[in-house]
Design a protein around this ligand. Structure first.
Ligand code: CP3
Length: 341
């Protein structure tokens, strides 16, 4: 426990100002890395990679080995949760995920098939054994609303089907987000038991909702995840990422009970310290600037550090790293963050 508390990421998430700021990147394992592309080829499929512990552990460790981030994030996907609720998942190359579209909430299995997810927990145990004493291990799950968007539509896109449920079957949407919240909580709890030291809730499509709808289908089900985790694992910090939440970010932070929030690149830096009044903040370099590199990226990094570096802060992107990101730009980012400015 003592040793764990000294990891820079966990100190920052515990509310300390840590200098230099700890950093990691959303989707830090992935196609921009040549060693990932080789591993992916070996696995044959994306889900094969996710569900084979040795390969998932290797993908998790690749970016940390190359760039020395302060955290490894489990290599997996948010859609393994609907998969383990019986919504059969597949990924076709170049097309993204596909699930059988949900007709009504009762088609979701009531409880998570934890046996199906056992390889995910095995991957965490393997990674934990290989991490340095300074590198934290992050687990994750999708936010209930984002999971509902994919489960209802069966694929990415405009999520018109999920949005339509707000009018045609709001009680069904309550039911679906509540089942998905419970499943996400069990999944996160099992990840913590397998060695995850912090967890992040990726609600990538939170910005599709506003006002009372945001409260009902983003904040309320997230609150249930947080309550359940706080009961079982009170010491494990929870990071919330309600992407494009806009003005609702403050309500999300205060009302869900998450320990920290991750800001997207649309969040205004001149108001970001308002969020730091609630707790640690993570973010928020535009992934496009990491693709661009050079002076524009470096200025944006300095602006972020100036705006947020005086409080509890974790450097990250505003959304996942893009596949076309040059590896050298990530190396340069690490130098900037480590070597001072
Ligand atoms: O951060 C990490 O490095 C951990 C791994 C991780 C992946 N997906 C691996 C992945 C994490 C945290 C995710 C989360 C995820 N998955 C989200 C939330 C974050 C976000 O980006 O908004 C969402 C919405 C998904 C669903 C998903 N998975 C989509 C829409 C796609 C296809 C689009 C794409 O980027 O290819 C995936 C596939 C996926 N998940 C890949 C990776 C590395 C690419 C698959 C491949 O190798 O071909």
């Amino acid at each position: 426990m003592k040793n764990q508390a000294r990891k820079p990421l966990l100190r920052a998430l515990g509310g300390e100002r840590v200098s230099p700021a700890p950093w990691w990147l959303m989707r830090q394992a992935g196609r921009y890395l040549p060693e990932y592309r080789a591993l992916r080829e070996k696995a044959g499929s994306f889900l094969g990679l996710c569900y084979t512990p040795e390969l998932a552990a290797e993908a998790t460790l690749q970016p940390v080995r190359r760039f020395g981030m302060d955290a490894a994030i489990l290599f997996s996907d948010i859609l393994v949760v609907p998969d383990a609720l019986g919504r059969k998942l597949s990924f076709r190359d170049g097309e993204g995920p596909s699930l059988e579209p949900l007709g009504k909430a009762s088609e979701l299995g009531e409880s998570l098939n934890l046996a199906k997810l056992e390889p995910v927990y095995a991957a965490l145990r393997l990674v934990k054994k290989q991490l340095s004493s300074q590198t934290a291990l992050i687990g994750f799950a999708g936010g209930p609303w984002t999971l509902a968007c994919y489960a209802i539509a069966g694929r990415g896109g405009d999520f018109a089907a999920a949005k339509a449920w707000r009018e045609t079957d709001p009680a069904g949407l309550d039911r679906a987000t509540s089942i998905l919240a419970e499943a996400a909580a069990s999944h996160l709890s099992a990840q913590i038991e397998a060695g995850a030291e912090a967890v992040q809730i990726f609600d990538s499509w939170a910005g599709l909702l506003a006002g009372e709808e945001f409260r009902r289908w983003v904040i309320a089900p997230t609150q249930r995840i947080v309550e359940s985790l706080k009961r079982e694992h009170p010491q494990t910090p929870i990071i919330g990422f309600p992407r494009n939440a806009g003005d609702m970010i403050g309500a999300y932070f205060a009302e869900t009970g998450v320990n920290a929030v991750s800001l997207d690149q649309g969040a205004r830096l001149d108001r970001a310290h308002e969020q730091q009044a609630h707790g640690p903040v993570q973010g928020n370099l535009d992934p496009v600037l990491l693709v661009a590199g050079g002076a524009r990226m470096e200025k944006a990094v300095r602006d972020i550090l100036d705006a947020l570096g005086s409080g509890p802060f974790v450097f990250n992107l505003g959304h996942g790293i893009l596949p076309e990101t040059p590896v050298e730009h990530v190396t340069r980012l690490g130098e900037l963050l480590r070597g001072g400015r």
